[in-house]
Each structure stands twice: as C-alpha cells, then as structure tokens.
Design a protein around this ligand. Structure first.
Ligand code: M6R
Length: 610
C-alpha cells in the first residue's frame, strides 16, 4: 500500500525513482508521482493517474526531469479518489516543503481546520496534504526543518513513512517514520530510501531499518539518524542476503507463476532454517516447561495468513492436544480476549507490516500474553515487536496473491505442532522423526504436481467464464478450500466461496444450479466418503465437479468431471500439496480472463491501513 522511494547522489534521480517505484508496484497503487530537485532551479513535480507507465511517459522515462535529488511515490487511495490532484508529492504553496507520505494521519480533520484558520488552502482530499502543510506551518515557527519534523511527529496521530524536501536545506532529504515501513541504504557518494528492499536492491545490499519515531537526513555524503528529541543516534546496517534477481520474473510471464514454482525451494529453506541436526529449534523462551504450561494458543492473521492459522489449528490440536483459537486480526484486536501469561499468541504475516495483525500483536502484549511472530520480511514491524520470531524463508514475494509465503507459513506451523506434541509428551520421538522426514519429502512431491500443471490449464480454460464457484472440504480439506477460494476470487474476480462440505445443505446448497462449479478437496481418509456424499448431493442438483484428491482415491473418477491427483503424504501435511492445484487453477483462470494477475484491482500487497 503506497510505496515511497528517494535518491540523493551524483546520478540522475528520475530514472532511479521510476525504477524503484516499478519494483514497488506489487504493493498496489492507482497513481504515482515524483519530485526532483536540480541545483539552482525550482523543484519539478510530475504526477500521473493510473499505472506507472503513464508517469514514465510524461517524463520521457525520467530523462526530461533533471536533477540528482528526488522523491517518488505510488499512491493507493484512502482519502480521496485516485486522481492527479490527490497523487503525491504534495507541497506547500511556495514549494518550501514537498513530501511523499505512506500511512494515514488519523487526526487530519482537526489539523486541517486549524491550518485553514491559519490561512492555508487545500487542493486535494488527502490527509497527506494536511501533513505537508502542517510541516510548513511548524517550519515557519521553528528554527530548522528537523525541529519542524520533530514537532510534527508529536502532533499527529496515525502512521507515516515520510520523505521531505525542504528548500531551506537543498542538499538533504528528511525522513521520519511511525508504523509504516521505511528503510535507508548507502551507495558510493549516494543515499537511498524506500518502503521495501526490492526498490533499492540493485544499488545496495546494506540497509538501515527506521524504527518508530525516528528521523534521518540523507545526503550525498551520508545518513544521520535522530530520535524524536533531535539527538543523534547510531544505527547498524543489516546485510540483505537475497539477490536482486529474486525480485525479477526470470522468464516467467507473471511473478505469481514464478512464486508458485519457487515453493519447493522455499519450503526446503524454511525447514533448514528451523531444523538443525534433526532437531526443531524453537525460540529460547518456548522451553519444554513453558509449552507444557500453555493453556491456549491463539493464532491471528489476515487473509491467507489467517487460513494458515485455520490449518494449524487442526494440526496443533491433533498432535499436541492444546486448545487453539484462530482469529482474524481485525476482529481479535477489538475484542477483549481473556489472555494471560499461559496464553501464546502467534501472529502470522508475510509482510510483517499488516496494520490489523500489528494491532492484534500489540493488544496481546498489553494483555500480558507471550507473542510469537511467523514472518517473512526480516526486520519488519511485527518481527521487531513480537517477543519471539520464527522466519519463513520464502524470499521476496511480489505477486499480490500469496503462494510461497503461505506454503512456508504452513511449514513453520507444522514444526510448532510437532515440537509442542513432543514437549507435551503426546507424540513419541519416533513419530517426531517420521513426521520430520515426511516434511523433507514435500518439496519433491510439490515438483511432481508442478510437472502436471498443463492439465489444470486445460481445465481452467473451460471454466474461465464461470460466474461463481464453491470450494468444499472437511477438516484440513476445508482449511485448504479457504485458501483456494480466496486465491480464485482475488485474481479472477469470480465470486468463489469456500464452504465446509457438511454445511452446504444448511442453506448454501440453494445456490447450486446447472453448471455451477464445485471444487472438492479430499485428502483426509476419515472424511473422504463424507465429502464424496456432499459432492454427489450438489452434482444431483446440476453442479459440475472438480476433485483434488490423493493418488489411489480413484472412486472420485465416476463422480467428478475432472480429478487432479496429488502425491500421498502424512495427512497432517496434505494441505501443502492440495493447495498447489488450487493456486494453479486460479492463476490459469485469471490469465484466461485477462486479469492483471500480479496486481489485481483494488488490492495491495502490504495492507498497512486498518
Ligand atoms: O502480509 P500479510 O501476510 O500479513 O498479509 C495478509 C493478507 O493481506 C494476505 O495474505 C492477503 O490475503 C493475500 N493477498 C492473499 O493472497
């Protein structure tokens, strides 16, 4: 959601800004803009509604906007429609202050009223223009841009990653951060800023993460960090280990397809991250005594991360016999859950920046519960604020629809289930070894599914014009259906609903008519016949059936119009395999319908607003 970049150095800024914004496109946006400063000349601001291509065209790929210092922005509309006027950068009337902002200024209304009384006019509907004019207001009262910025931080409520050009200090870019991601990087005689690593990865592998309520100034010669009291602080750079190539398509037509294919490797890397010499390495504070004392495990997340939680609930309850509650972060954070020190709250998030998940984490900490984050982005807010972190090793995920992050989150949850089961003496050492060995077999089995993908392409092309579809299953198969349903709707725009197979006849079956596509997931032996019966019920009411099941379950052939087989694995882990044909089907339907697979409408990769 909104991406910001900035550059100051010896090179031309515009092409660097455009390139950086392009690598942040995955975050989701509907307009873009940049401001570039040239020595002795007025700063030029260019904005365009729609795709970044429009901004590139307006600026001749950056060639027509000269200068070696600039800031850029992609906007995902919150306050005010997508338009050129609402696009960033915003500026004060005399261009003394020009800024880009990612986040939300919650108290922008009273601030706007105050500024209007002080004679300010507003041209856009955005909270960000209020932020810029507030900075200008303080600048007129304070001695320096840094003082104005610090005062601004004390006055506003909400979240911001802010990059500001003050004409009073033409050789610097000022930045400030609270609750919206911001990182800085250094090259030779140059400094960079960005919302996320891919934007600056071609130039530097060493980054500084800005913490909440910190400021910094960037110049050609270096970066200086400050706390909110304007005292200089020291920060240590973090080495980024993945290459810029990981954030490229590498011959695939879309990032989503590339990321689907990266799942076997990501799963293997995540296993190797947490298993050393055959032993699952849990964070230090999760000692055997602590695990034994656990009363309830809460798993909290949004979207697909929540679906991972639903899956984990079945596996942890079965293997470790602990009661697990899975909750949507946006709901959990506004309930009053009875948490105490014997509760463990697990927050799952790919980006580590999802506003509701971060809110849920903070609520859990305030209530005295121990918190564990399962996060993909190193150094993200959730990773830093949780008591403990277990990282997934998916690498950068660019497509809005998550695939490899989902798969690696599942792996970490399986590991927790096995480790908890062992610590609570619910499973034997030999079971533990068998389960771990089975996990290491998953990448190979995922490859086998990927080799069969053309069959799904053929099937998807038949259903590309469907109006609605249902994905059904029981138990873990229902958990998998949830993810299959979300994947389909977010990238194909077909209304797709996941349903517990046994629940259909309590109302929803009335929606089944001739030709409705129903996808059944059947990987759980104990529930197989029951789901088959539910599929027969919808078939007799006109539905067409697609079955995803394990090799050997050939009984579905006579019932389903199309069956896709996945290799056998321990049933606790079957979702990891069954989800792949659902991801692929959603992908192929999306392509057949001409949807922008990697950047579906209205969505953002990192949802940093509530
Ligand atoms: O970064 P997070 O894992 O916290 O994101 C959570 C959801 O926004 C995310 O999983 C979303 O549902 C995906 N677009 C699903 O593909």
């Amino acid at each position: 959601m909104c991406g910001i970049v900035g550059y100051i150095g010896k090179k031309q800024a515009s092409p660097i800004l455009l390139g950086g914004l392009e690598r942040l496109e995955y975050r989701g946006y509907d307009s873009a803009g940049l401001a570039v400063k040239k020595d002795g000349a007025e700063t030029v601001i260019v904005k365009a509604k729609g795709r970044l291509r429009a901004l590139a065209e307006k600026t001749d790929d950056g060639a027509s906007v000269k200068g070696c210092c600039g800031i850029g922005h992609t906007r995902w509309a919150t306050h005010g429609e997508p338009s050129e006027t609402n696009a960033h950068p915003h500026c004060s009337d005399d261009k003394r202050v020009i800024a880009v902002h990612n986040g939300i200024i919650e108290n922008y209304k009273p601030l706007k009223e105050k500024l209007e009384k002080a004679g300010y006019s507003f041209y856009s509907q955005t909270d960000s223009e209020v932020a810029v004019k507030l900075l200008d207001y303080y600048l007129k009262k304070e001695e320096s841009p840094l003082c104005a910025l610090a005062r601004f931080m004390l006055r506003v409520r909400g979240s911001y990653a802010l990059a500001v050009l003050f004409s009073d200090e033409p050789d610097k870019i000022f930045v400030a951060r609270k609750d919206s991601p911001l990182l800085l990087g250094r090259g030779e005689n140059e400094s960079y800023l960005a919302s996320d690593i891919p934007a600056i990865l071609p130039y530097t592998h060493s980054v500084y993460y800005m913490e909440n309520l910190e400021m910094a100034t960037l110049s050609k010669s270096g970066i200086t960090f400050y706390n909110i009291d304007k005292e200089e602080i020291h920060k240590t750079p973090v080495k980024i280990t993945f290459s810029a190539q990981l954030a490229e398509k590498n011959g695939f037509e879309h990032f989503m397809m590339k990321e689907i294919h990266e799942q076997p490797q990501a799963v293997e890397d995540t296993l190797n991250e947490s298993i050393k010499n055959g032993v699952i390495c849990l964070p230090e504070s999760l000692s055997t005594a602590r695990i034994q004392a656990l009363k309830t495990v809460y798993i909290v997340g949004c979207g697909s991360a929540y679906h991972v939680g639903v899956c984990a609930q079945y596996v942890i309850e079965d293997l470790a016999k602990i009661s697990v509650r899975v909750e949507l972060a946006s709901e959990f954070r506004y309930r009053a859950p009875s948490l105490d020190t014997n509760a463990l709250v697990i927050v799952i998030s790919q980006s580590g920046e999802t506003a509701d998940s971060l809110g849920a984490l903070r609520l859990a900490k305030q209530a005295g519960a121990k918190t564990l984050a399962i996060v993909n982005v190193v150094g993200s807010s959730i990773a830093r604020e949780a008591d403990e972190v277990m990282y997934t090793r998916a690498g950068p995920e660019i497509a809005v629809a998550t695939t490899k992050a989902y798969s690696t989150q599942l792996i970490v949850c399986y590991l927790l289930a096995i480790a908890f089961g062992k610590a609570r003496e619910q499973i034997e050492k030999t079971d533990c070894e068998r389960l771990l060995a089975e996990l290491f077999e998953l990448p190979k089995k995922m490859h086998r599914i990927l080799e069969d993908k053309e069959r799904l392409q053929w099937f998807a092309s038949k259903y590309a014009n469907a109006n609605a579809l249902f994905v059904i299953g029981r138990g873990l198969d229902y958990a998998c259906a949830l993810e299959g349903g979300l994947k389909t709707k977010e990238i194909s725009y077909i209304h797709a609903e996941a349903y517990p197979a046994g629940e259909l006849k309590h109302g929803t079956i009335s929606l089944i008519e001739d030709g409705t596509l129903v996808v059944g997931v059947l990987t759980q032996e104990r529930l197989f016949e029951k789901t088959v019966s539910n599929m027969a019920e919808v078939k007799s009411r006109g539905a067409e059936l697609f079955a995803v099941t394990t090799y050997g379950n050939y009984e579905t052939e006579s019932l389903a119009d199309f069956t896709f087989y996945i290799p056998r694995t321990d049933e606790h882990f079957a979702v990891s395999l069954a989800v792949i044909p659902l991801q692929l089907t959603a992908y192929y339907i999306s392509v057949a319908r001409g949807v922008d697979v990697d950047k579906p409408r209205n969505l953002a990769k990192s949802v940093t607003v509530e």
